[in-house]
Design a protein around this ligand. Structure first.
Ligand SMILES: Nc1ncnc2c1ncn2[C@@H]1O[C@H](COP(=O)(O)OP(=O)(O)O)[C@@H](O)[C@H]1O
Ligand SMILES: [Mg+2]
Length: 253
């Protein structure tokens, strides 16, 4: 999708970059932009900045080129998103990187919990820790079966590590095909609780159920009213089927 010429001029004046493409994404406006012959990514949000700084030496994350109070300009990493292209090799890399992320606060996992009661600290100790917050395969870039980018850190912070590893509205089943490989690599950095399969399915089911109940509020930036109605109907059918698939999966574990 491209901006209209007028909007593009305004944008260029505001940021100094010319806009080449908008990535259709649910959360933020993200543009491929250009300045003096070099391509960058411009994201209309600054929430990724803290985590990008924290991880810049340890993980393949984009460098911050420029930060204002409204947007970030990021290094454009090579590769394409992993959605629809996961293989055993990239699934293993995915598991490794997710394990490294979750192991970050390993020694302080108990303390990380904002819950003050000791009882909850003990009950939740193995489930809660530092998380990326949006580990959809759309947020991983890969090239020649090698991960080249881990993106979209705006939700990083305390969270549920099993959910962080497997949950994804669009890419859960694709990851699930390689669940054993993902878990094996993850466990080299941080051991997932023994019941991870059941927990992952239940969490995905609960989240899909919640999404289904809020379907009327969904909106897509690029769709008109009629198209939105059609898309909602498709999504409703797809998510309802997914709930049944998850129930079947659960029975096999
Ligand atoms: N640094 C980057 N290098 C290359 N592509 C990127 C980069 N940042 C974002 N993208 C592309 O833009 C899409 C949306 O960016 P993302 O940070 O995930 O925003 P959102 O929060 O809207 O999902 C990504 O899925 C990816 O295709
Ligand atoms: Mg994203």
């Amino acid at each position: 999708m491209l901006l209209g010429k007028g909007l593009e001029r305004i944008y260029r004046k505001m940021t100094g970059y010319s806009v080449k493409k908008i990535f259709t994404s649910y959360n933020n406006f993200v543009y491929l932009v250009e300045k003096e012959g070099v391509e960058y990514i411009l994201k209309e949000s600054t929430k990724d900045a803290n985590a990008l700084n924290e991880w810049k030496e340890k993980l393949p994350v984009p460098k911050i080129i420029e930060k204002t109070d409204k947007y970030l300009v990021l290094e454009k990493l090579s590769g394409e998103t992993l959605k629809g292209r996961l293989t055993e090799k990239t699934a293993r890399e995915f598991g490794k990187y997710v394990g490294m992320i979750h192991a970050k606060e390993k020694t302080r996992r108990g303390e990380l919990l904002s819950h003050p009661k000791q009882f909850w600290k003990e009950e939740l100790h193995d489930l809660i820790g530092y998380c990326h917050g949006d580990l959809s395969l759309m947020n991983f870039l890969a090239e020649n079966e090698t991960v080249t980018g881990i993106l979209d850190w705006e939700f990083a912070g305390e969270g549920e590590i099993i959910k962080d590893t497997f949950h994804s509205v669009k890419t859960f089943f694709e990851k699930w095909k390689f669940k054993e490989e993902i878990a094996e690599e993850h466990n080299k950095y941080l051991r997932l609780p023994d019941n991870w399969k059941k927990v992952a399915i239940v969490q995905q089911w609960l989240s899909m159920k919640k999404n289904l109940s809020k379907i009327d509020r969904l909106q897509w930036k690029e769709l008109n009213e009629e198209q939105t109605r059609e898309r909602k109907e498709q999504v409703r059918i797809e998510w309802t089927e997914n709930l049944s698939k998850l129930e079947e999966l659960y029975k096999t574990i």
